[in-house]
Design a protein around this ligand. Structure first.
Ligand code: PMP
Length: 392
């Protein structure tokens, strides 16, 4: 049984302070969350605009279950493609200014599906080294030559592109980096990709709904057309408050995915009621710009509070505001100390982030109040004093 030495691997994970544990949540996603039977103030969800528990979105979901039932029933290419999915795809295409959109059941599956449908062994994929795990996994799955360039470093990418003799070249980046909160230099990346006959793919999971005019995301923020950014991916489980994901691009791209993306073809369609609920979310995202404005005010309040307290933040203007902590032990200890004071902030440790760069990942939602941000700052001040910094 030594081949399956599971206990040894689990023990090693514990010893390295890298053991992960789930919390048990009762009730909806809100800043005041019932966790393990206790009410706490959470700064760790991706519900950036506070739509996961919005009454209009909930009602749309309920009404749609009367029409469509609950389950997706089949894959899109059998009989799972409902009018609700179809309408959402058309509305997202109009919103993103792309020719066509295709829905996927999750962002993880969208990334696996796209990259493995577009690339094979004679191709190359160039990824920012801090890209989301699903993109990195997709690169490996595709069989293409897989290279990781230095974070947001266009020169490093250019050297790699220049040396490449691959047939198809795909440059892939997060729009907003999920663990750092910074925004990728998309204008430069787009120019570089075009000048090397490569395509650019952006995973806008954390920018879609938050950045750009009416929340249209990174592409709008940098004013990038479909030619500048041929493969745009966004998720619906974060700012949009529902679930699932989409890919937006040309007619030929979307038809290629319908024909070749295995994670689209061989899986059950998302429940149609989710698509109907997302149509209502989309309307709120567009119209209620106060949500983005409020979010910006909260972020500024937090950043200036941290500056006063001498708390080291990473350079980010998005709702992802990581506190640079260093060691995994310290991140865990600080996260526990915050929890003892009723505040929930996740400790992010390797292998999710590089060794020695463990952090507390603070995220904000338009559902937070300025008073809640102040409570976080006051508690952080105490915790930072109690858990001293150590050399890593
Ligand atoms: N891309 C990024 C950048 C993400 O942060 C996530 C989710 N954390 C995903 C993709 C996966 O999306 P989903 O949760 O819909 O599978």
């Amino acid at each position: 049984m030594t081949a399956f030495a599971l206990d040894a691997a689990l023990a090693e994970r514990r010893e390295q302070s890298l053991y992960r544990q789930r919390l048990l949540v009762d009730g909806p996603q809100e800043p005041e969350l019932m966790v393990d039977g206790q009410c706490c103030l959470a700064f760790c969800s991706n519900d950036y605009l506070g739509l996961a528990n919005h009454p209009d979105v909930i009602n749309a979901f309920k009404k749609a279950t009367d029409i469509y039932g609950v389950g997706g029933g089949a894959s899109h290419l059998i009989v799972g493609h409902s009018r609700a999915h179809h309408q959402l795809e058309e509305e997202l295409a109009e919103f993103t200014g792309r020719s066509r959109v295709l829905l996927f059941s999750t962002g993880y599956m969208a990334n696996l599906g796209v990259i493995s449908a577009l690339l094979g062994i004679s191709d190359a994929v160039f990824q920012d080294r801090l890209n989301h795990a699903s993109l990195l996994d997709a690169g490996r799955l595709s069989g293409a030559r897989f290279q990781r360039y230095l974070h947001a470093d266009c020169e490093n990418l250019e050297q790699r592109l220049m040396r490449s003799t691959a047939h198809r070249k795909l440059v892939v980046t997060d729009g907003v980096f999920s663990m750092d909160g910074d925004i990728a230099p998309l204008r430069e990346l787009s120019k570089l990709a075009r000048s090397h006959d490569a395509w650019l793919m952006v995973d806008d999971a954390h920018g879609f709904g938050c950045l750009g005019n009416e929340g249209r995301g990174c592409a709008d923020y940098f004013d990038l057309s479909q030619d500048d950014l041929p493969v745009l991916m966004g998720t619906l489980g974060k700012a949009f408050g529902t679930a699932g994901a989409f890919v937006a691009g040309s007619e030929a791209l979307i038809e290629t995915l319908v024909q070749f993306a295995r994670t689209y073809i061989y899986t059950t369609a998302m429940p149609p009621a989710i698509a109907e609920a997302t149509r209502v979310s989309l309307n709120i995202v567009r119209k209620e710009s106060w949500r983005r404005e409020h979010l910006t005010t909260l972020i500024q309040r937090f950043r200036s509070g941290c500056e006063t307290l001498g708390i080291r933040l990473m350079p980010s203007s998005t709702p992802i505001q990581p506190i640079d902590v260093g060691s995994a032990d310290r991140a865990l200890e600080m996260s526990r100390a915050l929890a003892d004071n009723g505040i929930l902030v996740t400790a992010i440790r390797p292998p999710t982030v590089p060794q020695g760069s463990a952090r507390l990942r603070v995220t904000f939602s338009a559902a937070h109040t300025p008073e809640q941000v102040d409570r976080l700052l006051t508690t952080l001040e105490e915790v930072v004093r109690k858990v001293p910094e150590v050399e890593v």
